[in-house]
Write a protein that binds this ligand. Structure first.
Ligand SMILES: Cc1cc2nc3c(=O)[nH]c(=O)nc-3n(C[C@H](O)[C@H](O)[C@H](O)COP(=O)(O)OP(=O)(O)OC[C@H]3O[C@@H](n4cnc5c(N)ncnc54)[C@H](O)[C@@H]3O)c2cc1C
Length: 734
């Protein structure tokens, strides 16, 4: 059994405050001595109930203390002073309580509001601020009550005296009900508008008009019909053959670019994808050596679960029957031992408990929360266009924590802090930290919100496309071509054409020009802006920001063709405390991939394959400076050291290698032109509320970004989401 956490229960808090007034209402409304008895009994009962639930409240404590003191003063000491001033004292005591709680930064109404929200929300600035306002309102209401009571004491009471005294309390109660419904909405609304204002404000071109204009022939000098402004100057349009005029041009056939292109082609736009390489896919590609098929990068795909974005994309394009995914296993080798991760989530949880039985409760709670959070990420995708979407309206923002409590709770934590809330065992933390390598080299500092979707590897299992990762790129290309789109390979883009300061098309390296009022760049943003657009066309602060962005790590990869099966499970993560003593590259941890058992067609009969992948911070620039002979020597030495590591897991594997080849950051740069050969895009900057990505809408009207460097980041699933966001925004403006 997995433990799950409570969802927030709104309205309990307000009920708590109303209940807190019941003893006072009894005190004020019943005749003496029953009023005091009622107040005392009521407050004692309330406090006893709260103590029983482990949640005693300041106001109820102060109320009980007051009634005890009142009992002593009036029944024990028969104090005439108290009898005269008790009305003032009641409010003065409550006002002091409210003011002191504000002074010590623990507004007393927080205790009630916390009844509605789990602990993770309690320190949210908006939550605390709303309660500061409410407590302040109560302090003023109580002070007013004290003043009104003093006035009534010193003057002959009129018939409206009780009304006057309690008007403040009534207003305080009304404020307590109205303010939490109004103030967070107003604040969130302002925040959303501010966020929207920070985005570039240009509108999408009128694609319906453009679709007519782009068809006019070069010798047809008739201007388009009235009201048909061309988003691209006609002088430029006439220069380009109609076959080379498109609605949308996509630079780069990575999965982000292909997703955006396929989704837009599916909606009837004329799309052209330009890829510099002779194969589509970017890092999601395969190559063949001596009859063995290897993957350039991608070896496992997430987002293929029931509501997963990759699955929903394939379904929408009618491609699901053209690509077969197979589940692969995971083995983990750590200094503490070898673990085969079970395919069932419950068995995986039980395995973790077996490893740290003393932490059973914490592990069950953590795994339950992770399971729930993972489902919450995807629960809306069938009705939000196939991808999870951040809340975009005030209502969505307010509902988000209620509808996605476990995921929301994870936001704001690093992965390490999130895990350690429940589990302290370092071995368990290490196991659950394993998949951080799929997002970069930040390890346990990776934001928890980015790790939750990767739980799919444990819940639904990781999958691999039969035929290699190239298959995914190929079926997307098929979808584009079947919808009258074009995918032109061996077509490096040298320049993004601008006309009247907006995107108008591209110039290829061979000098030919293609036009479109919408250009989507799947190329690395530093290349896009610094080389393809040119800094002179961009605001200086934007250029500075683009230059500041840090590339994610790159990788060393060793591809091994074997004369026999590797004998290893399909995916083996090796976590090491430190590199081998003879390793001059600082490798340490790595991943071993063998696909032949998943798909025997990847290798010649009875043979095997093995790929070793490890992250590195060595840059392509460093390696690009090397003379060819030095670089070849570097690669040879690298391959030898990598083989040393492999042989620690698969002894004497060298003997069975029929072909071996290493890839370095220089290789990854050469094939994709990604900055420094980084494999997970440019890293977002850190902001107070989490990672700040470059906006997919750029400062150049008509120019968009997709891929690993924009929200929600790298990985096939990530770039499918980014391609979908981009396509939807472009299409929404049509
Ligand atoms: C070794 C390795 C292992 C990985 N393992 C996984 C994994 O198991 N699972 C996973 O989900 N992700 C994995 N990733 C990450 C994943 O591959 C990437 O995050 C994702 O594929 C990036 O997609 P993208 O859309 O950003 O484009 P990219 O793949 O970066 O492709 C960009 C494309 O643009 C083209 N291009 C660039 N400039 C131009 C130009 N001027 N003109 C024309 N074309 C141009 C490039 O040639 C390239 O084809 C791995 C990556 C690597 C390298």
């Amino acid at each position: 059994m997995l433990n799950t956490s409570d969802a927030p229960r709104p309205q309990r808090g307000i009920m708590g405050i109303i209940l807190a007034f019941v003893p006072w209402i009894l005190y004020w409304s019943l005749p003496a001595p029953w009023g005091l008895t009622g107040g005392l009994a009521g407050s004692a009962l309330l406090l006893a109930r709260q103590v029983g639930r482990g949640k005693p409240k300041l106001m109820d404590g102060v109320t009980l203390a007051f009634f005890v003191a009142a009992g002593i003063m009036s029944c024990g000491l028969h104090s005439p002073w108290f009898a005269r001033w008790e009305g003032v004292l009641v409010f003065a005591v409550l006002a002091a309580m409210a003011l002191v709680s504000l002074a010590v930064r623990a507004p007393f109404t927080l205790q009630y509001a916390r009844e509605d929200w789990p602990q993770e929300f309690w320190h949210e600035p908006l939550f605390v601020r709303t309660n500061v306002h409410i407590t302040l309102a109560w302090a003023l209401a109580f002070l007013y009550g004290a003043g009104a009571a003093a006035f009534n004491t010193l003057n002959p009471p009129g018939i409206y005296a009780p009304l006057l005294t309690h008007a403040g309390t009534a207003l305080g109660l009304a404020f307590t009900i109205i303010w939490p419904a109004y103030y967070p909405r107003r604040t969130i609304g302002r925040m959303l508008r501010k966020k929207e204002r920070r985005r570039p404000r240009w509108p999408n071109p009128d694609l319906a008009s453009w679709q007519q204009i782009r068809q006019i022939k070069a010798d047809e000098n008739d201007p388009p019909g009235p009201g048909r402004d061309s988003p691209i100057p006609l002088s430029l349009v006439y220069k380009v053959h109609p076959e080379d005029r498109f609605d949308v041009i996509v630079i780069g056939a990575g999965i982000g670019g292909l997703t955006a292109a396929a989704r837009l082609a599916n909606r009837g736009l004329r799309v052209c994808v330009l890829e510099k390489h002779h194969r589509p896919g970017g890092y999601c590609t395969s190559f063949v050596r001596k009859g063995y098929t290897f993957d350039g990068g991608v070896e496992s795909i997430s987002g293929c679960g029931p509501n997963g974005p990759v699955r929903l994309l394939l379904e929408e394009l009618g491609l699901e029957s053209r690509i077969e995914f197979r589940h692969h296993g995971h083995r983990l080798i750590t200094p503490d031992g070898v673990i085969d991760i079970p395919s069932s989530y419950v068995e995986f949880t039980n395995l973790l408990i077996d490893l740290a039985p003393a932490e059973e409760e914490g592990i069950r709670t953590l795994m339950g929360e992770l399971h729930a959070a993972y489902y919450q990420v995807y629960q809306d995708t069938p009705r939000t266009g196939g991808v999870p979407r951040p809340p975009a309206t005030v209502d969505e923002m307010l509902r988000y924590p209620l509808d996605h409590p476990d995921f929301y709770r994870a936001m704001g934590y690093t992965w390490g802090d999130y895990l350690r809330r429940r589990v302290q065992d370092e071995h368990i933390i290490r196991i659950l930290g394993l998949l951080t390598a799929y997002l970069g080299d930040r390890g346990l500092d990776t934001p928890a919100a980015r790790m939750i979707p990767l739980m799919g590897y444990y819940v639904d299992g990781g999958v691999y496309p039969v035929g290699g990762s190239q298959r995914l790129a190929d079926v997307l290309v098929e979808a584009i071509q079947e919808r009258e789109g074009e995918v032109r390979l061996n077509s490096p883009v040298a320049r993004i054409l601008l006309a009247e300061d907006r995107a108008a098309g591209v110039r290829l390296e061979d000098g030919s020009e293609l036009l479109a009022p919408v250009v989507i760049s799947n190329a690395d943003p530093q290349q896009t802006f610094l080389r393809l657009v040119g800094t002179g066309h961009l605001p200086a602060d934007y250029v500075a920001r683009v230059k500041r962005l840090r590339p994610s790590p790159s990788a060393f990869v060793l591809y091994m063709a074997l004369e026999r099966p590797s004998g290893l499970p399909e995916r083996v993560f090796v976590l090491r405390d430190r590199p081998l003593p003879r390793d001059t590259f600082g490798i340490g941890s790595f991943l071993l991939v063998s696909n032949a058992s998943l798909d025997p067609g990847m290798v010649p009969p009875n043979c095997g394959d093995l790929t070793m992948i490890t992250l590195t911070r060595l840059t392509a620039e460093h390696l690009n400076c090397m003379a060819r002979s030095d670089y070849l020597a570097f690669k040879e030495q690298l391959a030898s050291i990598m083989l040393d590591y492999v042989e620690e897991v698969a002894p004497r594997i060298r003997r069975h290698i029929v072909h071996v080849e290493a890839a370095t950051p220089r290789t990854f740069y050469r094939y994709t032109w990604n900055s420094q050969g980084c494999i997970y895009g440019l890293e977002p900057e850190a902001g107070p509320e989490g990672p700040v990505w470059l906006d997919r809408k750029t400062p150049i009207p008509g120019l968009w970004l997709v891929g690993a460097s924009v929200e929600p980041g790298p990985g096939i699933e990530g770039v499918v989401i980014s391609g979908t966001y981009c396509a939807d925004e472009i299409y929404a403006g049509c």
